[in-house]
Design a protein around this ligand. Structure first.
Ligand SMILES: [Zn+2]
Length: 182
């Protein structure tokens, strides 16, 4: 059973955060806007302290994993991009960091900015789809297996919940999955 540590939004911040224990480490859920008020420095300190806790390492049987749930990030400002890169650099290295899932806002930044992933591996993401028949849009979960490349992954295919037409990828895989390299 996951133990809830906190779900907080620091004063002045527009970024909500929740940190829970899970089987192989910690799960950090971030929702909202990453800007100069996100106070990621304090969050990095908290993660450092949690990762240094020997009880956590014992429970996980080794190096604890930090899983980032980034589906709910709505926007980053340019100051927020800087905050995020500093945040990732402040985490203990080597570490075991995964995005599960990465939302479109974060995935686009990972494609645009070198170092944005900060050594994290993306194990799943949300893929933007649109309906060619009625223009409905949605983000569909997609698992990213080890060794996946932009050309080895087929964007999700689902029926439009409004008109049942087959939805199409709203972004070219070679661009949207470009952070995978290859
Ligand atoms: Zn439709």
């Amino acid at each position: 059973m996951a133990i809830q540590h906190e779900v907080t939004m620091p004063r002045g911040s527009r970024l909500a955060r929740g940190l829970v224990d899970e089987e192989r480490g910690l799960r950090l859920t971030l929702q909202g806007i990453i800007d100069e008020h996100a106070q990621l420095g304090g969050l990095a300190s908290e993660l450092q302290a949690r990762l240094a806790d020997r009880n956590l390492a014992d429970r996980c049987g080794g190096s604890p994993r930090v899983t980032f749930d980034l589906a709910g990030i709505e926007r980053l400002t340019s100051a927020g991009v800087r905050e995020w890169i500093l945040f990732m650099r402040a985490l203990p290295q080597p570490g075991h960091y995964v995005w599960d899932p990465g939302g479109p806002v974060m995935v686009r930044q990972a494609n645009a900015i070198l170092g944005f992933l900060g050594g994290a591996r993306v194990t799943s993401l949300l893929y933007p789809l649109f309906c060619p028949s009625c223009d409905h849009e949605l983000d569909e979960p997609l698992v990213i297996g080890p060794g996946a490349t932009p050309t080895s992954i087929v964007p999700p295919s689902v029926a439009c919940p409004r008109c049942r037409a087959e939805m199409e990828a709203a972004e070219d895989p070679s661009q949207y999955l470009g952070f995978l390299g290859g």
